[in-house]
Design a protein around this ligand. Structure first.
Ligand code: HEC
Length: 170
């Protein structure tokens, strides 16, 4: 008994520490990306897509009223994950306006948690949440892990966009 109790106590302390260390990160995210999603957006995506999510005319496309429409296409999850990991470049039309600039790859910049949180942030911010399909499931860090290390280029992601017919109706 004398040997068991200190071990149990150590175990209990370890579990408590784990809960304290990891719970805030998990809670911070949530379906809308939470604080982690917002700070990641403000540090990385804002430079191009702007604070308002409206982008810059003819240079950076808006995410407002656009990001959730990507979910209408089959294969969208793979596309969105690859888009943020590897970037994209090619002629696209967003809400009736043409764009053809480089979106930089984030694979080496952001970890899986940040990528999932920022994607969920973009899907919810600026009223985008009203446009989400009913069966929408938030992105998870595991989905980003699954497509890491493929060595894709921005042109490859553009080819995937074409192949899936994303934006074809615009
Ligand atoms: C260096 C500027 C830049 C940064 C940083 C950037 N983007 Fe982009 N983003 C672009 C450009 C440019 C396009 C359009 C690409 C094209 O013209 O082919 C784009 C397109 C998009 C699209 C629309 C894709 C489509 O198929 O219509 C989404 C969604 C998106 N970006 C999300 C993000 C998120 C989330 C971040 C932050 C993790 C981010 N972007 C960071 C420049 C950027």
């Amino acid at each position: 008994m004398k040997h068991v109790q200190p071990n149990l106590l150590r175990h209990a302390i370890a579990m408590l520490l784990l809960t304290v260390l990891f719970a805030p990160a998990a809670l911070a995210q949530g379906a809308d990306g939470g604080e982690l999603g917002e700070t990641t957006y403000m540090t990385v995506c804002l430079a191009c897509h702007q604070m308002t999510g409206l982008g810059l005319p003819s240079v950076y496309p808006p995410l407002v009223e656009h990001a959730p429409t990507l979910l209408d296409y089959e294969g969208y999850r793979e596309y969105i994950v690859k888009l943020t990991l590897y970037g994209i470049q090619g002629e696209i039309t967003v809400l009736g306006n043409p764009y053809n600039q480089l979106m930089t790859a984030q694979e080496a910049v952001l970890n899986n948690e940040q990528l999932a949180a920022v994607t969920n942030y973009v899907m919810h911010a600026w009223g985008n949440d009203a446009l989400l399909p009913e069966d929408y499931e938030p992105f998870t860090p595991e989905e980003f892990e699954a497509y890491r290390g493929l060595g894709l280029t921005a042109a490859d992601v553009y080819a995937l966009r074409q192949e899936l017919g994303i934006g074809a109706a615009e």
